[in-house]
Design a protein around this ligand. Sequence first.
Ligand code: C2O
Length: 563
Amino acid sequence: MEPKSCTWLEGHLFSCLLFLIFLCHPTFAAVKTYQFDIQVKNVSRLCNSKPIVTVNGLFPGPTIYVRDGDQLLVNVTNHAQYNMSIHWHGLKQFRNGWADGPAYITQCPIKTGNNYVYNITITGQRGTLWWHAHILWLRATVYGAIVIMPKQGTQFPFPQPYLEQTLILGEWWNQDVETLVNQGNKLGLPPPPSDAHTINGKPGPLFPCSDKNTYALEVEQGKTYLLRIINAALNDELFFAIAGHNMTVVEIDAVYTKPFITNAILIAPGQTTNVLVTADQAPNRYFIGARAFMDAPVTVDNKTAAAILQYKGVPNTVLPIFPQLPAQNNTDFALSYNGKLKSLNTPQYPANVPLTIDRHLFYTIGLGINACTTCQNGTQLTASLNNVTFVMPKIGLLQAHYFNTPGVYRTDFPDKPQTTFNYTGAPLTANLGTSLGTRLSKLAFNSTVELVLQDTNLLTVESHPFHLHGFNFFVVGSGIGNFDAKKDPAKFNLVDPPERNTIGVPTGGWAAIRFRADNPGVWFMHCHLELHTMWGLKMAFVVENGKSIEQSVLPPPADLPTC
Ligand code: C2O
C-alpha cells in the first residue's frame, strides 16, 4: 500500500498511519482465550461405559488454535475429584515455567473446585503440538491437539494443502485407569496394558462394538491433505500407515523437516508428525492403522487402532483395504525411518545447532527393583537415570527455586554414572537397587549442553521416548550398543539434524542431543512412557537466570495454585 492513498485523509494523518500499520503489519498478535472445565463424563467404548475425566466433556479434548506470536489464555477450572494440572507439550514457555504445567515441578496442582489461568505467549513456534494432564495417569483421557498457524502472511514451506486434519492416537482402558495403577503399585507391578489403541478417541472396527466408534476422514479425489498426527498413547511407540497411500513427512514436533516420502511413520509418545497425503488412488475406502512398535523383550501388544480414509461418493458398505504396517519388532524400519528425519535448515528456518559444548552429560537409563515395605511382594519395579530414582517433591520446584526455599531439592544430579559398565551387554539382574532423591542438574544461563542418553540392560533393554520441557533440542546422533565417546562424535550430524522435543532412545542403544540453556527456570525431563515416569525415570534441570531482567524467570502469576 502506498502512503499516497492516505492523502484524502489529510488532517487525519495519525489515524491514517495507524490504519496503514494495522493493514500492513504481518504479525498482528491476538489474545486467544479458552475455558477448560475439567469434568467427569460417561463414555462408552468396546461395549463398556465408564466415567472418565475430560475437558468440557470431550474425548479427546478441544483443539487449541493459535498463531505464532499470539497470547494464549487457558482458564482451567477443576470440577473433578482429582488434583489437576495441564502441560502444553512442546511450547517453550520462555522465562515462564509458571505456565508449563507438570505438577510439583513448575506448579502445585489445581485442587478440586479451584482454577488457574495458563498465560502463554507463543514465540517463534508454529506447527502441531498438544496438551495433556500432567499428574497421575490422568492424561489417559485428558489430552488434545494444539495447532499453531504461521504468522499471518507466512506460507508453509511446502505446497498449501486443500484441507487439514488432526489425528490424535491414544490408548483406552475398559476399567478406571487410576484404580488399575493403584492396584499395580500395591503389588509393585505395572498395571495391565490398555484394552485398545485409538485414533481421535475411537478404536475402530478391529475391536468389538466399533460401529459408532470408527473415525472416518472424507477426501476428494486429487486433493492433498495435511494430517497432523500426535501420539498421546501412554506407553506405546506406534507405527502409522494408510492403505495404498504414501505420506510426505514435512514437520516433526512443530519443526519443519526436509520432506521425504514414506509408506509408514514411527511416532513415540509425546511426538507429533505432520504429513501430506494426496488422494491419488482409485476411489475407495482405505484403512488408517496404528499399532505398537516393540522390539524389546517385553510383553507384545498387537492391538491395531483403525480409522478410515474415505473417498467422497464411496458408500459405507464397501469393505476397506488394510494397510501394510511394519512388523511389530521391525527395528530396521525404525532406524531407517529415524535416519531420514532432517531439519529443513533454510535461511528462513535455520538449524542453529550448538557447535561448541560447555557441558557434557551422560545419563544411563535403567530399570530396577527396590525394596518396598508397603508393597505386597516386598519389592517394587523402579526406574532411574544414572541410578537415581527421582522422588517427587511436595511443593513445586520452580517456586522453591524462585523463592530460594531450602530443603526441597538438591542440585547434585550426577553428570555421568558413578560406575561404568557394559551398558548394553548381557541382561544385568543383580544389584538392581537405585538411590532415591529429588536431585536436579544446574545449568548456567545460555550454556550449551550435550546429553547422551544411554539405554542399559539393567533388567531389560527397552526403547525410551525422552521429553525435555522448555526447549527443543537437536538429535545429533544415535546408535545401537554403547556410546563410544571417541568414535561416535565424529559421525554426528551438526548441519541439519532433526530438531524436536521428544526423542526415542533406541532399544539397547543411545541418542545424543544438544541444546542451548537459554530459558531460565526449572525444566522437567522424563521418559514419556507413563509407566516409567511413575517409576522415577525423570529429573529436572535448573537453568540459572542471565544477567538482565529479560534473561530471568518472570514473577509468578497471582493465581498460581498453592500446595
Ligand atoms: Cu508431554 Cu512432561 O510431558
